[in-house]
Design a protein around this ligand. Structure first.
Ligand SMILES: *Cc1c(COP(=O)(O)O)cnc(C)c1O
Length: 362
């Protein structure tokens, strides 16, 4: 048996052991080809099957309607911060953002380079410890789209429900919670996510977009940054990140074997409850950062009374086999990332460690 850490890394993050083992098993000889998936042409029928298989499994599991395209791109979610306004922010229109924290801000700042922008709602005055009430979101009349960050990875907040935007295109950065719960994809014009938190390794970015939005890009945009290039070529315009796409496919099979997204959502709820309960029953020893109604199932952020105690927590947790519990440098405190592949066992162990740490230091 391999020695696996209790991995709470924020991204790249834990992958299921079964997925890694399958990749290991077929690492040097994939599908009897006498070579690894990394060594074969992306135009080969074997790779085409991997590419199409991952697409159709994602469509099935996430309930993606037929009139949506699925793209596998490179450059991370961060490149989407620019590609979205380049392709979809038409002249005379405004890109509107719900400002919920660190990642929303990056998306917003990048869009500013390309045209008019507006903040439709913000929780900055509360240090981004909550998602703004949906009724407080004011979409400008000339909005090309409204951009939301479904889960703020650094602050540990997540939308409990998505805004209804009527005729205005809703765009969601789901980098840190894609496939962790059921989503009405039809509410969105475009969803994007770097794979490395919930769907696989780094190197591939998933874009799910309504056909009509990505059919024709403005002619002045460089080839690789145009959605229509990748739509017309089934994400095979140039050499794709083939190994990453293959691993995403394995991860999707794992999700299906576990019973699909609804089962995964319940699993995520059950495992995060262990840690939130440890916070809520600590009598204030542990203090959750996010407002109750905005708590994330993916990133649990909490603090201790002093930074010194937090440092001690990190140090002792590392000695006990936990990895990745230090909060992001921009907000401090502690963070446990509990993405799809993080096992129940890790969360149980963390809840126990938290209780025991409190006993010694409370
Ligand atoms: C990690 C993350 C990103 C950045 O992803 P890259 O693939 O590293 O560019 C963007 N948005 C959110 C919500 C994230 O969690």
């Amino acid at each position: 048996m391999t020695n696996r850490a209790y991995n709470f890394n924020a991204g790249p993050a834990a992958l299921p052991l079964e997925v890694l083992q399958q990749a290991q098993q077929e690492f040097t000889d994939f599908a009897g080809a006498g070579m690894s998936i990394m060594e074969m042409s992306h135009r080969s029928s074997i790779f085409e099957e991997v590419n199409d298989g991952a697409q159709s499994l994602l469509r099935e599991l996430f309930g993606i309607p037929g009139h949506y395209k699925i793209l596998f791109l490179q450059g991370g979610a961060s490149t989407q911060f620019a590609m979205i306004p380049m392709n979809l922010l038409t002249p005379g229109k405004t890109a509107a953002f719900v400002h919920t924290g660190s990642w929303a801000e990056k998306a917003y700042k990048e869009a500013k380079l390309f045209g008019s922008t507006a903040i439709a709602a913000s929780s900055e005055s509360d240090k981004f410890n909550r998602i703004p009430a949906l009724s407080d979101i004011h979409i400008p009349a000339d909005a090309a789209y409204l951009h939301i960050t479904s889960n703020e990875t650094i602050e540990g907040t997540q939308y409990a429900a998505y805004p209804d935007t009527g005729d205005v295109t809703l765009i969601g950065d789901m980098s840190s919670d894609i496939l962790s719960r059921s989503v009405d994809v039809g509410k969105f014009g475009l969803i994007y996510a770097g794979a490395q938190k919930n769907l696989g390794p780094s190197g591939v970015t998933i874009v799910i977009a309504r056909e009509d939005l990505v059919a024709e890009s403005p002619k002045t945009i460089p080839t690789m940054l145009r959605y229509d290039t990748h739509v017309k070529n089934n994400s095979l315009y140039n050499t794709p990140p083939s190994f990453s796409i293959y691993l995403v496919g394995l991860m999707l099979k794992w999700v299906k074997e576990r019973g699909g997204v609804a089962a995964l959502e319940q699993f995520n709820r059950d495992k995060t409850k262990l840690i939130y309960d440890a916070i809520d029953t600590s009598g204030g020893f542990y203090r959750g950062f996010a407002d109750m109604g905005s708590r994330s199932l993916m990133n649990i952020t909490f603090r201790l009374a002093t930074e010194e105690l937090e440092k001690q927590f990190v140090k002792e947790s590392e000695q006990a086999g936990f990895v990745g519990l230090k909060g992001h440098r921009s907000v401090g405190g502690l963070r446990a990332s509990t993405y799809n592949a993080v096992p129940m066992e890790s969360c149980k162990a963390l809840a126990e460690f938290m209780a025991e740490f409190m006993k010694r230091n409370g």
